[in-house]
Design a binder for this molecule. Structure first.
Ligand code: SF4
Length: 438
């Protein structure tokens, strides 16, 4: 049983897919900083690539992604042309000094483009970058997934496919604007497995309108039956002021905080009972999955796609709104697809906002990452006294403990990990540069 302490969860905190977070990005950091960071890449540096496809065949009401309808073929074609140009431009600037280890296609729905366009994109990457035996992954909308796509992914040596599932309950699918019969998921899995792609992830959600514990339990039943190698169980964030498409969702029957907490706990219990290893606070992996192996070896990392076994320190993002990350810089491409196309068309790099990461932020980021990914972090001396004071409430309730200078989050404190980590955030946390508590 997880213990529910609403006072400890009262303050909203980021998901920390990066630190500093996107809220801290400013327009004073842009293309020149990106160019300088690319120029600083040393020979044979491992890098990961992320390619953003901001299109979907159908737009779901709950979705917070930067995506739009794929119905205008001219716009889509122009975007893909720009994307290929950006990939070539960045590769030319790097001049062969980067070794690409991973390539992730996300969105949006990468399968909103034609399979042949996906092949052309991948071909561009393989042609202009130094790539050998890359780990290639892709996000897929099961509603538009065809046998042709499965064949193309297998022929392209794609290793991992992430399926947007969210819920199997038909009435909740209606309520969130994503009607997706169970057979769509079953067919997508069958055709992927038929072609040897077994590394399949399900994205699920709790906290959805009208969703009961029984609804979530039934979705978990189907999930366990279908046995994807990974599951990510996210809490729905209803933010209609920031995400206008969410205004179509009836907010009157959204689960309250306590029910959301119980839903997260139910997901944890059902999936771990079924043999999945918990990764961080919302991912689960079968023991043979590379993410579970990385967790057992203390190698889990966190990036914009969640918990990962990716250990590269440089991520290059391509496409509108894509984020690139370097040890001392996090930077985002222009969000609007049309403006992004214009920048690339003018031969310019596309980042328009970002944040420089100084030594203090790197130190804080490492603590936040370690708490979220590994459940423990070494707290250096300058934070130590203040951290012990700030952690008192968590410690008294048995959610954390201290082992020397290590702050250890107990299994019972997993649901509080982000709130514990947020204390080390320079803006939201309890410590100034000197380490004194505020
Ligand atoms: S298919 Fe995925 S990316 Fe597209 S709108 Fe729905 S949730 Fe968002």
């Amino acid at each position: 049983m997880w213990s529910y302490y609403p006072d400890l969860l009262a303050t909203p905190v980021p998901r920390y897919t990066s630190y500093p977070t996107a809220v801290e990005f400013g327009e004073d950091v842009g293309a020149d900083d990106y160019a300088a960071a690319l120029d600083r890449i040393e020979s044979a540096t491992p890098v990961s690539l992320y390619v953003h496809i901001p299109f979907c065949d159908q737009i779901c009401w709950y979705c917070g992604c930067n995506t739009g309808a794929a119905s205008r073929t001219q716009r889509l074609g122009d975007y893909l042309t720009a994307l290929r140009s950006e990939i070539a431009m960045v590769a030319k600037r790097i001049g062969g000094r980067a070794r690409v280890q991973r390539i992730a296609f996300g969105g949006g729905s990468p399968n909103a483009i034609a399979p042949v366009d996906f092949v052309r994109l991948l071909d561009r990457i393989l042609t202009v970058f130094d790539v050998s035996n890359p780990d290639i992954s892709i996000e897929i909308d099961p509603r538009g997934f065809s046998a042709e796509w499965a064949r193309v992914l297998a022929a392209s040596s794609v290793k991992r496919v992430s399926l947007g599932v969210q819920t199997f309950a038909p009435q909740i699918q209606q309520a969130i604007g994503r009607v997706q019969p169970l057979t769509d998921i079953e067919n997508a899995m069958a055709s992927l497995r038929l072609r040897g792609i077994d590394a399949i992830n399900f994205d699920l959600m709790y906290g959805l309108p009208g969703q009961s514990l029984a609804d979530l339990d039934a979705t978990l039943d189907e999930t366990i039956r279908l046995a994807p190698s990974r599951v990510a169980l996210f809490g729905y964030a209803h933010l209609p002021a920031m995400i206008p498409r969410q205004r179509r969702i009836d907010a009157s029957n959204l689960p309250d905080h306590k029910l959301r907490f119980e839903q997260a706990e139910l997901g944890f219990k059902r999936l771990t009972d079924a043999g999945y290893l918990p990764i961080g606070f919302d991912h689960f992996a079968l023991p043979t999955d590379p993410l579970a192996i990385a967790a057992n070896e203390g190698r889990v990392n966190r990036n914009f796609q969640g918990f990962t076994d990716d250990d590269t320190s440089i991520l290059l993002g391509f496409g509108a709104s894509a984020i690139s990350k370097f040890p001392d810089l996090i930077i985002q491409n222009e969000k609007r697809a049309g403006h992004y196309r214009d920048l690339i068309g003018e031969g310019r790099l596309a980042p328009t906002r970002g944040v420089m990461v100084d030594a203090d932020e790197r130190r804080r980021g490492a603590i936040i990452r370690d708490l979220l990914c590994r459940g423990r972090a070494r707290i250096d001396m300058s934070f130590s006294d203040a951290a012990r004071i700030a952690m008192t409430e968590f410690e008294q309730r048995g959610l954390i403990t201290w082992q020397g200078h290590d702050l250890v989050v107990h299994a019972s404190g997993r649901a509080y990990a982000r709130h514990i980590a947020a204390h080390f955030d320079r803006i939201r946390g309890a410590f100034h540069d000197s380490g004194r508590a505020t």
